[in-house]
Design a protein around this ligand. Structure first.
Ligand code: ATP
Ligand code: MG
Length: 448
């Protein structure tokens, strides 16, 4: 990259320099021609005032003013006689108008060249005015030398600057590579160091770091889930082992083992339920069911819940009520079966964790763009600081550890809400728990 930059800037400096020096030379030459022509015109005008004599006098005045042969002048009369000038032999080859002439042609030594203008004044006097090339050649060389030096300095700067920039870039890319290397060796906490600059590498590093954050978070979740599964299965499995040992013991003593077998079957059922729930959550989280979303009428769903749970709640000594939106339809796009599962989990929690005498209230409210579904009770509730944790797999409040349950009910609720892009909120119902899910409302095409 440094090399490319150096070559690119060298080429541009060269082109810019060449253009500038060419332009400058062109300007200088123009200026010189202008000067020569000015002198020629002055001499020509002097003829107008006093004829050939005056022209020759003016010519001599000019010759006096010029040093050596920096300038050359010559005036030739109609008969071919030299009227005046600072050169004697004038090659007739000098064409009218502009031309370049060798000093030798004019009888001068030193191999100089002249830029000359030649014309006929009033059809009588041939007048030639010229200027030494060296005069300009010197300026031209000055310009060229300046540009050559400027070029050298620019190339040096390009090479040194390019290498410096490349070195710094290299260092920063090395830091990124080193970080990725550490991550690939399992050090998930490694992050690309940020320099605080606002450039592309910094942005890329930031993006990499956030990707690593997400990766680390999901690996941590996975590790957590595996640990939780192992931990959660340990107890039922060791209980199962004890039950079987007991059964074997009893069988040796020819005692009936039906009770042990029954309890073993129940234990296996519980393990099975846990696995089924886990698999179901994983399946929901994979998001495949989203493609089968259909319009779901939330009011109809709550009416069904009312039919199913009113009796169950009454048996538990609790009251159960449902409030539906009065007029507006509360339709959403979703998976009816999963939404039913979600509501069942919430209602079953309320029934399970609230004492007799509590009341459970479900409602659906339709707003302009959203539908809010709420399950609330006035039981013991969940402390504010546990609201986030109860959504995790296997997490149960300390006091609920003794009652049956897998601790996966709310994880499934959360997974279903996420699948529907719904916002899930846990709030205190003062007293009790209020869980709400806010869905995007489905707009029906207006019937015409
Ligand atoms: N309505 C509620 N009132 C009080 N505590 C609740 C309520 N709902 C849930 N909890 C607490 O949150 C914990 C997590 O609930 P979750 O539904 O995820 O698991 P679970 O009910 O223990 O088991 P599962 O639903 O899988 O059979 C419960 O163990 C309980 O401590
Ligand atoms: Mg539950």
């Amino acid at each position: 990259m440094a090399l490319t930059y150096a070559v690119l800037s060298t080429v541009s400096v060269f082109l810019a320099g060449a253009t500038a020096s060419q332009l400058l030379k062109w300007q200088l030459f123009n200026h010189r021609d202008h000067d020569i022509h000015n002198v020629y015109t002055a001499l020509e005008n002097s003829y107008g005032h006093g004829g050939a004599t005056n022209l020759v006098n003016t010519l001599h005045a000019y010759i006096q003013e010029t040093l050596g042969h920096n300038w050359l002048f010559i005036a030739i009369g109609p008969g071919g006689q030299v009227l005046g000038g600072n050169v004697h032999a004038l090659s007739l080859a000098i064409t009218p108008g502009w031309s370049s002439v060798d000093g030798a042609q004019l009888g001068l030594t030193g191999g100089r060249r002249y830029r000359v203008y030649s014309g006929i004044v009033r059809n009588k006097v041939r007048l030639v005015v010229g200027m030494k090339f060296q005069q300009l050649g010197y300026l031209g060389r000055l310009v060229q030398t300046s540009f050559e030096w400027a070029f050298v300095v620019a190339v040096l700067l390009a090479v040194v600057g390019g290498s410096l920039i490349a070195h710094r870039m290299q260092r920063r890319f090395d830091a990124v590579r080193e970080t990725m290397d550490r991550v690939s060796r399992g050090e998930l906490a490694a992050r690309v160091p940020l320099s605080g600059r606002n450039d592309d590498i910094e942005q890329l590093s930031g993006d990499l770091n956030s990707a690593l954050d997400r990766l680390a978070a999901s690996v941590e979740t996975m590790q957590q889930v595996s640990a939780d599964i192992a931990h959660d299965l340990k107890t039922p499995l060791s209980r199962l082992k004890m039950t079987i040992a007991e059964a074997l013991d009893k069988q040796e003593r020819s005692q009936p083992v039906a009770a042990e077998l029954e309890s073993a079957a129940a234990e296996v059922d519980q393990v099975n339920r846990t696995f089924n729930a886990l698999l179901r959550i994983a399946q929901i989280e994979a998001g495949a069911r989203k493609t089968a979303f259909k319009p779901v009428d939330i009011s109809a769903l709550l009416t069904m819940m009312d039919e199913v749970y009113r009796e169950v709640a009454r048996d538990a000594g609790q009251s159960f009520s449902v409030a539906l939106p009065a007029t507006a339809k509360a339709d959403i796009m979703g998976d009816r079966e999963l939404l039913m599962q979600m509501l069942s989990n919430l209602i079953e929690n309320s029934i399970r964790y609230c004492p007799a005498g509590s009341s459970i209230h479900c409602s659906a409210t339709a707003h302009d763009d959203t539908v809010r579904v709420t399950v609330a009770d006035n039981g013991p509730g969940i402390p504010e600081n546990e609201h986030e944790r109860v959504l995790r797999r296997f997490y149960r409040l300390e006091k609920s550890r003794t009652s049956g349950g897998t601790g996966l009910g709310l994880s499934l609720v959360k997974a279903v809400a996420d699948l529907h892009d719904a916002e899930l909120r846990l709030d205190s119902a003062h007293p009790g728990l209020m869980v709400s899910a806010i869905f995007a409302r489905r707009r029906r095409p207006v019937a015409t």
